[in-house]
Design a protein around this ligand. Structure first.
Ligand code: NAD
Ligand code: MLT
Length: 313
């Protein structure tokens, strides 16, 4: 029997599919970290997490039975994939499972940002009838997409339906792919200079840390609006706060933060020009069924010698 520990709340369809494999035993727990996770993982060949459990080099070192780590999602920056590779432990993700859902959340945030919807809603609920909110039209505006992988590409495609001009930066995709998704591929500096709205969709890597930072806010169009539905560390929050204060940034929509959850009373979360959600990008019934099913069958297939997808190390 190979044991798989699920240290996350997954849609029930995933664990159910995993239990159907012969020779696999499944235990589901609330997300654990550190010594508690190490303790619970002893004897497990598989581990499945979302973003709450941090699978550090120490966890990997101290769990000698581990053969595969599954991430019920796409961003695996909470897993030390290099340390896992050194021990020949596979790290698998659920590619595509939450792509459309996260792209739709990005668009929802773009509309909310453009029309001050949360701010106006708060006032009305508080008893104030304030018709002074003035937004912007999206039609005709230039959207800059930084990172044109699965999610960035869907955002770009949908933005055409809104009659936006779409420009973007991604060091990996080629002109042919950019053409397919209707994006003018430009150097990052040009995207920053030309976009009315910038949305980031890269993985969190050493080279993408603070990809939108002080310099970007200095070079951007005055009043540029920013959306981050990818990873907190991609945007330098101190620089963003300064840019919101001096007007260089006209507003920001955030789903992810450098520290999650952010401090209570965080000046960024409470800023009048900020629209924010608590890392809900992938949180639809549809996406959660898909990622749970993809990752559980991936891990089940891996442990029973069948074909699997989405190995990242
Ligand atoms: P993906 O791997 O399909 O795409 C990432 C793209 O970023 C790739 O095309 C890659 O070439 C590009 N890239 C890499 N380095 C870059 C750089 N320096 N500059 C510009 N582009 C660069 O990933 P995805 O599924 O589209 O996910 C994108 C991001 O969204 C990830 O950070 C992921 O963790 C995050 N995410 C967040 C949520 C959420 O709940 N908010 C949900 C899903 C994914
Ligand atoms: C991801 O990278 O897939 C997201 O952060 C969503 C999640 O944590 O489930």
């Amino acid at each position: 029997m190979a044991k798989v520990l699920i240290s996350a709340k997954l849609d029930a369809s995933g664990p159910e599919a995993l239990r159907a494999y012969e020779g696999i035993e499944v235990e589901e727990i609330a997300p654990l970290n550190g010594a508690e996770l190490i303790d619970k993982l002893q004897g497990s060949a598989g581990l499945i997490v979302r973003s709450e459990s941090k699978v550090t080099a120490e966890v990997i070192e101290k769990c000698p039975d581990l053969k595969v780590i599954g991430r019920a999602g796409t961003g695996y920056d909470n897993i030390d994939a290099k340390a896992a590779a050194a021990k020949d432990i596979a790290v698998l993700i659920a590619p595509g499972g939450n792509t459309v859902t996260t792209a739709e959340h990005t668009l929802a945030l773009m509309f909310a940002l453009a029309r001050h919807i949360p701010q106006a809603n708060r006032k009305l609920v508080g008893g104030e009838w304030d018709r002074g909110f003035k937004g912007i039209e999206l039609t005709g505006k230039t959207l800059g997409v930084v990172g044109l992988g699965n999610i960035g590409a869907v955002v770009a495609e949908r933005a055409h339906g809104l009659h936006m001009k779409v420009i973007g930066y991604d060091p990996v995709i080629d002109e042919e792919r950019a053409k397919e998704i209707g994006v003018d591929l430009l150097p990052l500096d040009d995207v920053i200079k030309q976009a009315d709205i910038i949305t980031v969709h890269t993985p969190m890597l050493p080279e993408t840390k603070h990809i939108i930072g002080k310099q970007a806010f200095e070079n951007c169009k005055p009043g540029m609006r920013l959306i981050n539905c990818a990873r907190g560390g991609l945007v330098d929050e101190a620089a963003l706060l300064e840019a919101l204060e001096n007007g260089k940034c006209g507003g920001a929509a955030l789903d992810v933060y450098e520290k999650e959850p952010p401090e209570k009373g965080s000046p960024l979360v409470n800023h009048p020009k900020v629209v924010c959600t608590p890392h809900l990008g992938a949180s639809t019934f549809d996406a959660q069924v898909k990622v749970a099913e993809i990752i559980c069958s991936n891990v089940g297939n891996f442990l029973t010698g069948k074909d699997y997808i989405g190995r990242v190390n």
